[in-house]
Design a protein around this ligand. Structure first.
Ligand code: RIB
Ligand code: CA
Length: 316
């Protein structure tokens, strides 16, 4: 079967970086490009991190296009407490030798998608600003995108940036509202699933048995993330963004439910809250599939095995 062709829209971000590595280690996936946005860190840092992680994985032939500097309406909101000031923890990757494309991410997404309608899946794993801008700028965009596989939202799970809201949606709730109602086929990977996918120290120890810059990067990148996760009572750090790839490499690990989902973008305590009409009280048709359950330990084992394979390929 031909690999699924994907573009990842991203705010790297430790778990974003791990999603790139998992995509590159998975023959079921063809990573076509990265488009960057503000989120975990500024756009400048996110773009640098995207270029550096691709170079680490010997994949700097993959293009990177830089996108939104700020959300549509909300002010910039970043999360150095989770991902470190650099955005990729305590890792100290060298300055990238490559540069981003000279085209804005929104224009790049429109150009690529309209050139091959129905062929390209987009995996947004940061705030949805770029995707919303593409939908608004080019009326043909929504129909030409094959699908969106979005890391974001919290349905029955508590939020991680407010008691109700998940980070990617909270940072740009107006963008999320545009994307959720654009008519594009969506699979949503919310905290309800990602909080069950915890990378633990024993997994990092396994990888460190392999003499590879990939192993060392993973170890250095998660140090800040582990501290943040322990302080919240987790026994490991949630691999939010890599779990989006389970829809391609191990769909059997996910339990998807079709729901009508909306998002509160009003400036109150619930801003950024995503909610599913589980009992269909609105009588509105479902607008997405939502991963409400996952075999989290099995996903983590798959992730670690694929990182071991990648680390054995890139040694020294
Ligand atoms: O809430 C988790 C999400 O927010 C992940 O995508 C993480 O990288 C941050 O962007
Ligand atoms: Ca992210």
């Amino acid at each position: 079967m031909n690999p699924k062709r994907i573009i990842i829209d991203t705010d790297p971000g430790v778990d974003d970086a791990f999603a790139f590595l998992l995509a590159l280690a998975s023959p079921e996936v063809q990573l076509e490009a990265l488009t960057t946005t503000q989120g975990n860190v500024s756009l400048e840092k996110a773009t640098r991190n995207a270029l550096s992680v691709l170079e680490l994985a010997r994949a700097n032939h993959i293009p990177v296009a830089a996108g939104s500097v700020v959300p549509l309406v909300q002010p910039l909101y970043t999360s150095a407490d989770v991902h470190g000031a650099s955005g990729i923890g305590n890792s100290n990757l060298p300055e990238p030798t490559t540069k981003p494309l000279g085209v804005h991410a929104v224009d790049y997404l429109i150009e690529r998608v309209l050139a091959e309608p129905g062929e390209l899946s987009i995996f947004p794993i940061g705030p949805l600003t770029n995707i919303a801008m593409a939908i608004r700028k080019e009326p043909k965009f929504a129909k030409a995108v094959k699908e969106l596989v979005i890391m974001g939202g919290a349905i029955n799970e508590n939020g991680n940036v407010t008691p109700l809201a998940e980070f990617n949606i909270f940072v740009d709730p107006h963008a999320a509202h545009i994307v959720f109602h654009a008519g594009i086929p969506i699979t949503l990977i919310p905290l309800d699933a990602t909080h069950k996918c915890l990378l633990k120290p024993e997994h990092v120890d396994r990888l460190m048995k392999i003499d590879s810059p990939i192993s060392r990067f993973i170890q250095e990148a998660v140090e800040v993330y582990f501290k943040f996760s322990y302080e919240r009572g987790f026994t490991g750090c949630a691999l939010h963004d890599p779990l989006t790839l389970a829809t391609v490499i191990a769909p059997g690990l996910l339990t998807l439910k079709e729901y009508y989902v909306d998002v509160d973008h009003s400036p109150g305590v619930a801003m950024g809250k995503t909610f599913a009409d589980i009992f269909n009280v609105t009588k509105k048709p479902a607008n997405m599939k939502v991963a409400m359950e996952v075999r989290g330990d099995d996903f983590i084992e798959l992730f670690v095995q694929r990182m071991e394979t990648l680390a054995r390929r890139i040694t020294g």
